[in-house]
Design a protein around this ligand. Structure first.
Ligand SMILES: Nc1ncnc2c1ncn2[C@@H]1O[C@H](COP(=O)(O)OP(=O)(O)O)[C@@H](O)[C@H]1O
Ligand SMILES: [Mg+2]
Length: 207
């Protein structure tokens, strides 16, 4: 009995949390046993690492330290929670996962992509992502939706150029992983986006 692992990715404010709420309802209505989790974080230890990563006061944090903290949080989350739930046959839905590191630390911070690949490999502890929903919307539009960046969030407060590189990173991830990444046109209204998500899950055989 092996469950399915779904990740949801995209820039700030593109509608990930909104769609996850709808997805939760959908799984409940259809009697599908699912857990919802997030990165960075997802377990007590990993949430502590999250607070270090995202704290806007941590101006001294260096890019490589940031990368290592994400990897540490991911390994803990994966071992402690994700693998366990999958082995119980559950659907696991994760708000951000390994592709975020490729987009943010790889493309936006311009760290070594090979190193990132290796750290993701270790952090993922041999887990397999069945489906990645990439909510495709440029960062300008995402920030407009959410009414600007959260001042307390170290990553959100990066300049628009940074977030544009994140977006380019996501486009490359989608291009390079066509077997598992589905691009969801997130310029549509909430229901229009959700319809694409249900369609993608059915096509991928995860529901
Ligand atoms: N399809 C949509 N069209 C217009 N506004 C949306 C849409 N989806 C979400 N929003 C709004 O955009 C803002 C950011 O959405 P949110 O789900 O928090 O994004 P994320 O979790 O990706 O940062 C919220 O105010 C939300 O109500
Ligand atoms: Mg969110």
């Amino acid at each position: 009995m092996q469950g399915k692992f779904i990740t949801i990715e995209g820039c700030e404010g593109v509608g990930k949390s909104t769609q996850l709420a709808l997805l939760k309802e959908y799984f409940e209505n259809n009697g599908i046993d699912a857990i919802f989790t997030r990165e960075p974080g997802g377990t007590d230890v990993a949430e502590k690492i999250r607070s270090i990563i995202l704290d806007a006061n941590n101006k001294a944090l260096t890019p490589v330290t940031e990368l290592l903290l994400y990897a540490a949080a991911r390994r803990q989350h994966t071992e402690e929670k994700i693998i366990k739930a999958l082995s119980e046959g559950k659907v696991v839905v994760c708000d951000r996962y390994a592709d975020s590191t490729v987009a943010y630390q790889g493309y936006a911070r311009n760290l070594d992509k090979q190193l990132i690949g290796e750290l993701n490999r270790i952090a993922m502890a041999d887990v397999n992502i069945d489906l990645t929903l990439f909510l495709d919307l440029p960062p300008e539009l995402g920030f407009a939706r959410k009414g600007g960046a959260d001042k307390n969030d170290r990553l959100e407060n990066e300049k628009l150029d940074f977030h544009k590189r994140v977006y380019e990173g996501y486009l490359a991830v989608a291009e390079n992983n066509k077997d598992r990444v589905v691009r969801i046109d997130s310029s549509k209204d909430v229901d229009g986006v959700f319809a694409q998500i249900v369609d993608a899950m059915k096509k991928a055989g995860v529901v």
